[in-house]
Design a protein around this ligand. Structure first.
Ligand code: FMN
Length: 186
């Protein structure tokens, strides 16, 4: 399978990144083709609500930034991995910009979704507070991906108690959970 993974933390070597790396090790051991993007490198602009994606004026989006190449890649992938730290009780701003820019996959005229239904997805969330405290963030992502995009949930990794970039190293069970999830994805 073709898998495209997004890290929504500005810390490139932080906890979210380390969990996604372990997941991707498992995916590659399982012979999947994986591409990882750090959203913080991509300067993804916020949606301007211009409406062009809902007309026939553009293929995907009128904003000319990295999403111009990512949107067709997402449409072509079999599985999407999205990891985000919890910032102020929700996904990070760069993650939210990215999610807003998936609007071209909605077809407002008939409330359908194109390209995404049937694809698999995995989410990763990291928080400073214990994992139970921010299940709402995972629920939000599941509502978006499962209920709205009609994608198949292949796993949610929820990691808490993580403050410094290396805190996840002392939670070997979570890194193993991530690698196992990658090895088992089919
Ligand atoms: C601006 C900011 C806001 C944060 N807000 C929360 C929060 O609301 N709840 C929480 O538990 N942790 C919060 N944190 C802590 C991060 O979620 C946590 O350290 C996470 O593991 C960081 O992931 P990373 O290492 O991948 O960057 C916040 C951190 C920052 C920098």
């Amino acid at each position: 399978m073709k898998i495209i993974a997004f890290v929504g933390s500005p810390r490139k070597d932080g906890n979210t990144s380390k969990i996604i790396n372990s997941l991707c090790v498992g995916l590659e051991e399982n012979n999947h083709e994986v591409e990882i993007y750090n959203l913080s490198d991509l300067d993804i602009k916020g949606c301007r609500a211009c409406g062009a994606c809902q007309s026939n004026k553009v293929d995907y989006c009128s904003i000319n930034d990295k999403m111009t190449t990512l949107l067709p890649k997402i449409a072509d992938a079999d599985c999407i991995v999205l990891g985000t730290p919890v910032y102020m009780l929700q996904v990070t701003g760069i993650t939210k910009n990215f999610l807003d820019r998936l609007f071209p996959f909605f077809v407002q005229s008939d409330h359908s979704v194109k390209h995404l239904p049937g694809k698999k997805y995995i989410t990763v969330t990291c928080s400073g507070a214990p994992a139970e405290a921010f299940k709402n963030v995972t629920e939000y992502l599941n509502t978006l991906f499962s209920d709205h995009f009609k994608m198949e949930n292949c796993g949610n990794i929820i990691a808490g108690g993580l403050l410094t970039t290396d805190d996840i190293i002392s939670h070997a069970e979570i890194l193993k959970q991530a690698e196992d999830m990658g090895q088992k994805l089919s």
